[in-house]
Design a protein around this ligand. Structure first.
Ligand code: IDC
Length: 456
């Protein structure tokens, strides 16, 4: 249907209903609209629109409002018949919500696009009557809401990651694949699925530096990372900004790039509660002293812009606390990075790394603040069969020690570590069980259980 004709038809339908039901249908003596932007990303937003009828009962209604600027466009609406004509948007009741008793509400929702700022719409009317009822949002109830709502600003306390109440928390979430390859997987629908269905606490944003990543377009990748931080924030999730060094393995090779990148993202995101910085993904073929030296040069750059965010430092041997290089955690315990509010990364691939690695983690957990910023359910290549028994043993151990984790990867890469089947990101369905791989199904079942974050 021509979208500009649609409002006319909608209005005609309402007039028809008014004729059918007499004065009742036109009645609405007053109404209240609670319009809440529930998600926002680059160029797009989602809004919940709760309409309460404060007047006489109505049978058949049309909500009308004005978009605040010409750049704002309706994309999709639900629980009503939605149309847009110029800057005016109409939502008409459908069969199951056509009748609104006095005091009754209907929950509508929409997604839209915008350019520039994104102010709220104005001039809400219900059947032509202005909705002037108070639109105050109720105060948040402590202990409810998203992971970021509940936990707020994070800090390291002792060997734990703690929330705004100073209580230990375990964040459970997913890592993107390389955003230079899989940007199509990170959009409103996939972030919604991660926040709502997976109930994920965390999105790790893997920004490779080499392999077609940051070094090829510093401004472009910085902006993409910021966009993903905003999307995570809109979903109430923490965002871990991963400077994904891999080859070469010496992070000092990228020292200047790291300083430039972190100065920029830390300044831009300093006021946000949801950002964690991970300064080097997997140092390899390099000594702990070289990694420590890198960390002690990059951390002050972040602190200058964002003094109190948590920072995670990669460790020797692909972030294995040195184990994959024949060492162990003692090199870090004996010679820690000189900085506060930091954690150390520990990575594993469940099919390759088993008891000796678990023993190291268990020992180290009482000495060092640890975060499993990346792990796979498969082998160290990212492929091969999923090892369910080893993955389960790992996740049980991490739960018991309250160590946070991000699984590699929330993507549809054609490799068994990916959570989605190949081709999933070409469509819009990230929620049904059919799009999940074996690894994705296991991780979703683990991550979506209640967090029970401590408050007060
Ligand atoms: C792998 C990807 C694969 C890519 C390769 C090289 O899964 O598609 O071709 O990197 O870029 C890590 C690394 C992570 C690896 C992953 C699996 O941090 O970049 O991703 N892995 O090999 N450490 C251990 C495993």
């Amino acid at each position: 249907m021509n979208r500009f004709l649609a409002p006319l038809i909608t209005c005609a339908m309402v007039l028809g209903l008014m004729a059918l039901f007499g004065p009742q249908a036109a009645a609405a003596a007053g109404c209240k609209v609670d319009h809440t932007v529930t998600g926002q990303w680059q160029g797009g937003f989602r809004a919940a629109v709760k309409v309460t009828n404060l007047g006489d009962p109505v049978t058949g209604w049309t909500l009308k409002f004005t978009m605040p600027d010409a750049g704002q466009k309706l994309v999709q609406g639900w629980n009503g018949t939605w149309t847009q004509s110029g800057s005016e948007v109409f939502a008409a009741g459908v069969d199951h919500n056509r009748t609104l008793a006095t005091g009754a509400s209907v929950d509508l929702g929409m997604t839209g696009t915008f350019t520039g700022a994104n102010p709220k719409p104005t001039a809400f009317t219900l059947n032509g009557v202005a909705c002037t009822g108070s639109a105050e949002e109720p105060p948040p109830v402590p202990g409810t809401g998203t992971p970021v709502d509940i936990n707020g600003k994070l800090q390291v306390c002792g060997v734990h990651l703690c929330n705004q109440y100073g209580r230990p928390v375990q964040l459970r979430g997913m890592s993107t694949h390389g955003i230079q390859w899989f940007s199509k997987c990170y959009n409103a629908a996939s972030m919604d699925a991660l926040a709502q269905d997976w109930k994920s606490d965390l999105l790790r944003v893997a920004m490779y530096v080499q392999e077609g990543g940051y070094e090829t377009d510093p401004a472009g990748f910085t902006s993409r990372v910021n966009g993903l931080v905003d999307m995570a924030e809109a979903g109430g999730m923490y965002a871990m900004i991963d400077f994904h060094t891999l080859t070469p393995g010496d992070p000092n090779h990228n020292l200047d790039r790291a300083k430039t990148f972190f100065a920029s993202v830390a300044a831009r995101n300093a006021d946000k509660k949801n950002v964690i910085y991970e300064i080097a993904n997997e140092p390899n073929g390099v000594s702990w002293t070289a990694i420590k030296s890198y960390a002690e040069q990059v951390i002050p750059v972040i602190r200058a812009a964002d003094p109190d965010a948590v920072i995670v430092v990669g460790t020797r041997g692909w972030s294995s606390l040195g184990v994959s290089d024949g060492s162990d955690e003692s090199e870090v315990v004996d010679n820690p990075v000189r900085a506060d509010n930091i954690m150390y990364a520990f990575h594993f691939c469940a099919a390759s790394h088993k008891d000796p690695y678990r023993a190291t983690l268990s020992r180290a957990a009482s000495r060092l603040p640890l975060f499993v910023t990346e792990f796979g359910t498969v082998s160290a290549t990212g492929g091969g069969a999923m090892d369910r028994a080893s993955t389960t043993a790992w996740l049980d151990l991490l739960d018991q020690l309250k160590i946070g984790y991000a699984n590699w990867t929330y993507s549809d890469a054609d490799e068994s570590s990916a959570a989605f089947r190949p081709g999933t990101c070409n469509g819009g369905d990230y929620s049904s069980s059919g799009v999940l791989t074996e690894s994705g199904a296991l991780l979703k079942s683990r991550i979506s259980t209640p967090d029970s974050f401590p408050t007060g």
